[in-house]
Design a protein. Structure first.
Length: 408
């Protein structure tokens, strides 16, 4: 629910801004903890590393799903230990491995990276427990694997395991897999979890030692518009508990991690932008907003994709494109009169479009347009350096009703 009073107040000093709501974050994180007891959640920092958002989530007992050395350091700075910072990313540099291996659990993404971790650990004179990201012999919907940029093919893992088990400075103690994002079918994800528990059994048998952890990845989606049904977390939590109980005797020492993806913070953010100008060109009305493509890219991406897509139900390409109908546009005005307009931005490019020929309450210069569900993969993927314009502010609405700028 929009806090319209706060938004209009902040619009007096900002032409565009993100407003992150602490109360919504607390509700979402509390829900995950209650519905998935026994699971250690990892906050996917890449979704939104804004300091106040990060601090709020980690204060709820979540660990860090780190996709870079910088995100590892964020977790370290927050006081998290190695078991609470899982560092998984492709193509890590030697410096990444050297600086992360002592303060996080590094998840190797390739056969070569496992070998490099052995070399790094030997050079540092330490022994490190690591994980391996697997590209398993299944997908969400099929019982056969496919080629992937991420992870080690399951058959390659078993082929190399004898050699890795002989290495003196590393021990493989966990696995990680992530196959899909923004999934809205909880039954499909529960079936994936079942496949993962069976995979964990196979890996443990091959290791000949207890598997200490399994990271199921993320994937829980959010309903971007009111026309979408919310993701069924109660059902998925129940299935996760059932699987943990079912496999408890087979995997007695295996800790279960789940990454939050966008779920913890996605619905906590609202993007707000002000009308800067309005014009008519050959009978067509344009409303020009502050920082659209270069402030909140999702609407512009949807418009761009619509020019090329014949099938409106074509698959998403996360996190850059989720779908054609993933943005609610909410003019904050009491005017009852409506008009058909094209919403665009202030960039010197024709791709800077938000919506074409949309019927909205009449907007005038200075009015505010809000777009909810902008708490994840929004500010972080938008090209804010385009044209060197002033970027949108990022603000945090505390549960006590105070608005703070955590970047200052």
């Amino acid at each position: 629910m929009l806090n319209q009073e706060v938004i209009l107040q902040q619009a007096q000093t900002h032409d565009s801004f993100y407003l992150y709501d602490e109360t919504r974050i607390l509700e979402n994180t509390r829900q995950l903890k209650e519905e998935f007891p026994g699971v250690q959640f990892l906050y996917s920092v890449k979704a939104n590393p804004y300091p106040a958002v990060l601090r709020c989530v980690l204060n709820q007992g979540f660990g860090v799903d780190a996709a870079s050395l910088a995100e590892v350091r964020m977790g370290q700075k927050a006081g998290l230990g190695k078991a609470e910072i899982l560092y998984s990313a492709p193509a890590k540099t030697d410096r990444d491995l050297q600086e992360a291996i002592g303060v996080s659990t590094v998840i190797a993404d390739s056969v070569g990276e496992v070998d490099r971790l052995q070399d790094v650990a030997a050079q540092l004179g330490i022994h490190a427990e690591i994980g391996v990201r697997l590209n398993p012999n299944f997908t969400y919907t099929e019982d056969v694997g496919i080629s992937a940029k991420f992870g080690v093919d399951e058959e390659q893992f078993y082929e190399n395991l004898p050699r890795w088990k002989a290495m003196e400075n590393i021990t493989i103690t966990g696995i990680h897999a992530h196959l899909h994002s923004q999934e809205m079918d909880a039954h499909l994800m529960a079936a994936y979890y079942g496949k993962m528990f069976k995979l964990a059994q196979r890996v443990q048998e091959a290791l000949g030692a207890p598997l200490k952890f399994m990271n199921l990845g993320s994937g829980m989606g959010i309903n971007f518009t009111e026309r979408m049904q919310p993701f069924d977390t109660p059902y998925l939590g129940k299935e996760a508990r059932r699987l943990m109980e079912q496999f408890r005797s087979a995997l007695p020492q295996t800790k279960i991690y789940i990454e939050t993806g966008r779920y913890a913070v996605g619905k906590s953010g609202t993007y707000c932008t002000k009308v800067l100008d309005k014009k008519v060109s050959r009978g067509k009305t344009y409303v020009l907003l502050a920082n659209t493509l270069n402030g909140f890219m999702r609407p512009s991406t949807a418009v761009m994709m619509s020019k090329y897509m014949q099938d409106p139900t074509a698959p998403s390409w996360e996190p850059m494109f989720t779908g054609l109908d993933t943005v609610d546009i909410l003019p904050l005005t009491d005017r009852g009169e409506k008009e058909t307009v094209t919403l665009a931005g202030s960039l010197c490019t024709g791709t800077d479009l938000v919506a074409e020929d949309i019927c909205l309450p009449r907007l005038e210069r200075g009015d505010v347009v809000a777009m909810p569900n902008a708490g994840a993969y929004a500010a972080v993927v938008s090209p804010m350096q385009f044209a060197s314009l002033v970027p949108p502010a990022q603000l945090f609405l505390t549960k006590d009703g105070q608005v703070v700028d955590a970047t200052r």
